[in-house]
Design a protein around this ligand. Structure first.
Ligand SMILES: Cc1cc2nc3c(=O)[nH]c(=O)nc-3n(C[C@H](O)[C@H](O)[C@H](O)COP(=O)(O)OP(=O)(O)OC[C@H]3O[C@@H](n4cnc5c(N)ncnc54)[C@H](O)[C@@H]3O)c2cc1C
Length: 387
């Protein structure tokens, strides 16, 4: 079978790219090994698909080449995606911090993309297991259902997380096959695990969440942390996790809106127990565990130095996670095809004309909040204008 463009991966970026290529009159096949195309779109945003964010901008992305995403983001904005959503009469709402979700179900977004592909004459082919890719004058993709020849080949196979939803490392393997560099991949937006003694100390806190500021490297995120059986999760931890590297530390301000040292000063001569004071600011169970680990006695029995140390601990609780919960639960994969190998305008490999990489397989990782799907749309659209 022959087409102008073959896209491997019928997920967010692949379908967006296919529709854009088809609209330009290109013949397109989209091959996916899964039975269900767009599986990650369906589960995204807890089934409501946080499909974009009003605040999309390069500073919300992590990449070893931070400027790379600017061009594609500037040429396909949240407004562009919203126009598409509105044309398909999909109702949406803003949850917080610019995050836009479907009012009903993520399926509406997948249906919209498939309709756009259909209108543009694109053939979406699930259950096609790709065996190998070869290049002579064009590209030849061999699958268990036959071979496909094309002028352009777009790799849209996504990241490594959630293998049960179809994730594979095929995109990375194809990049290596053509001599392109890979920024070592790692799980991103993922819960962090703590040392065994900390796991034991915090076991009883599993399920408790606290409003905090979590800092890692030079980034800080305001949001909830959630104690789990093995460590910490919650939006602020997930955000920080993308910047965490083994051996690194995170610092948590447990009371971002309160100067707890000033509170201690006010109550200095009180006989109130530290644990009771802290229970006014934290869930009771947390105050209890915290005090078991540190100390609790009447406030008037602490020295000024002790109070300062406790305040510092509460505002800058330092932890050295031992790992992450891994690709099984990571929302994204950080790292991927090195952007220095690609044109930021077209997403084409500089050294391999006709070969394009889009979406999560590329070393561009968004923050939580609709940024990753927006990168999939924007990079897919960029390649779709040229492939
Ligand atoms: C649980 C969860 C929730 C998420 N929620 C959000 C959210 O609300 N907002 C947000 O912005 N981001 C969210 N994300 C991230 C977002 O879904 C991804 O970043 C985005 O889907 C990436 O798009 P993509 O096209 O690069 O890859 P994908 O959408 O993952 O598509 C890749 C496609 O390639 C196919 N494929 C892989 N390997 C092969 C192969 N060897 N042969 C053939 N086909 C192959 C897969 O089957 C899949 O269909 C979430 C992710 C997860 C896991």
């Amino acid at each position: 079978m022959k087409a102008d463009v073959i896209i491997i991966g019928a997920g967010a970026s692949g379908l967006m790219c296919a529709a854009a290529c088809g609209k330009r009159g290109r013949s397109v096949y989209v091959l996916d090994h899964g039975e269900q195309v767009g599986a990650k779109i369906l589960v995204s945003g807890g089934g409501r698909c946080n499909f974009t964010n009003h605040h999309v901008a390069a500073e919300h992305y992590l990449s070893s080449n931070p400027q790379f995403c600017r061009s594609a983001l500037a040429r396909f904005t949240p407004r562009d995606f919203l126009s598409l959503v509105e044309r398909h009469n999909i109702l949406y709402y803003e949850k917080e911090a610019g995050q836009l979700f479907c009012q009903a179900s993520s399926r509406a977004i997948l249906t919209m993309l498939l309709k756009e592909c259909n209108k543009a004459g694109v053939q979406v082919l699930p259950k096609h297991v790709v065996d190998r890719v070869e290049k002579s004058s064009g590209f030849c993709v061999t699958t268990d259902q036959g071979t496909f020849d094309s002028q352009s080949l777009v790799i849209a196979t996504g990241g490594l997380s959630y293998a049960n939803l179809g994730a594979t490392d095929m995109g990375h393997r194809i990049a290596k096959q053509f001599g392109l560099k890979i920024v070592p991949p790692k799980p991103g937006l993922v819960p962090l695990t703590l040392q065994a003694n900390e796991q034991r100390s915090f076991r009883d806190l599993a399920g408790i969440s606290l409003d905090t500021v979590v800092s890692c490297s030079s980034r800080s995120y305001r949001g909830n942390i959630l104690f789990t059986h093995r460590g910490l999760s919650g939006p602020a931890i997930l955000q920080a996790s993308s910047f965490w590297t083994p051996g690194g530390r995170i610092v948590i301000d447990l009371l971002p809106d309160i100067d707890i040292h000033a509170v201690f000063q006010e109550k200095r001569s009180s006989k109130m127990e530290m644990q009771n004071l802290l229970a006014a600011y934290f869930p009771k169970r947390f105050a209890q565990v915290w005090c078991e680990l540190h100390s609790t006695r009447p406030l008037n029995q602490y020295s000024e130095k002790d109070l300062r140390t406790i305040a510092e601990l509460l505002h800058a609780w330092e932890l050295a996670p031992v790992g992450t919960e891994g690709y099984r639960v990571a929302e994204v994969t950080a790292g991927g095809v090195d952007t220095r190998e690609l044109s930021s305008k077209t997403m084409e490999a500089r050294a391999v004309p006709g070969l394009y990489f889009i979406g999560e397989v590329v070393d561009v990782t968004g923050e939580l909040g609709g940024y990753n799907l927006h990168w999939a749309w924007a990079s897919g659209h960029a390649a779709g204008e040229f492939a």
